[in-house]
Design a binder for this molecule. Structure first.
Ligand SMILES: [Fe+2]
Length: 205
């Protein structure tokens, strides 16, 4: 093969654990609803910055530090983040990783989350708690898009690895991890129920 692929963009997608996901997600969903009721500051922030939805991103964003439910989730996610860092050939020998932020996102029908990245961390991700049929997935953008200059458009049947965007379906019980610089968005929720997810950032030291 004269042409080889370099500088791949890796995305990790796995079930959080082998069994018990339904029970776990019911517990987490219940806690998310209670948080929304309790978090007046978050509801106010969301009304301005997350139209139609609720996120605790700007109000309660260290949930793993004061909720046993989220602390347990953190412990389970640590294993996945380590596995992903290994796939990325990151040298974490003698180093530690830690969850720095963890917040709730509730997207009722019509809510959307525009393109963004996660500053001040190295691996970020989302755990899916409730994903009604036809709810939007997580759409990633080719990080080289700004450098494409005069490139012609891609073929309609381009290989997946050559596409400018790729969308992972949101699947309850699954975790998606990516390097924090990778831009992503969630399209409008066109299902008729709430889509619930937990997002988080990791740092290393
Ligand atoms: Fe995000």
């Amino acid at each position: 093969m004269p042409t080889r692929a370099w500088f791949p963009t890796l995305v990790y997608h796995e079930p959080l654990q082998k069994s018990g996901l339904k029970k776990l997600n019911d517990e987490i969903a219940d806690e998310c609803q209670k948080l929304r009721e309790f978090d007046q500051a978050g509801r106010q922030w969301s009304a301005k910055n997350y139209p139609g939805g609720y996120t605790s991103y700007a109000s309660l964003n260290t949930l793993h530090r004061f909720s046993s439910t989220f602390e347990a989730l953190e412990r389970k996610l640590n294993r996945h983040v380590r596995a992903f860092a290994k796939d990325l050939d990151m040298d974490l020998k003698g180093r530690s990783i830690s969850m720095t932020d963890c917040w709730v996102n509730i997207m009722p029908p019509t809510a959307a989350h525009s393109m963004h990245l996660h500053p001040l961390s190295f691996i970020s991700g989302t755990y899916y708690v409730a994903t009604p049929p036809n709810c939007p997935g997580l759409k990633f953008e080719d990080p080289r898009l700004a450098h494409l200059m005069a490139a012609p458009p891609k073929k309609a049947n381009a290989r997946d690895s050559n596409r400018t965007y790729t969308t992972y379906p949101a699947q309850a019980g699954h975790v998606i991890l990516f390097e924090s610089w990778l831009r992503h968005e969630v399209a409008q929720n066109r299902s008729d129920a709430e889509r619930i997810s937990i997002s988080f950032n990791y740092a290393w030291s």
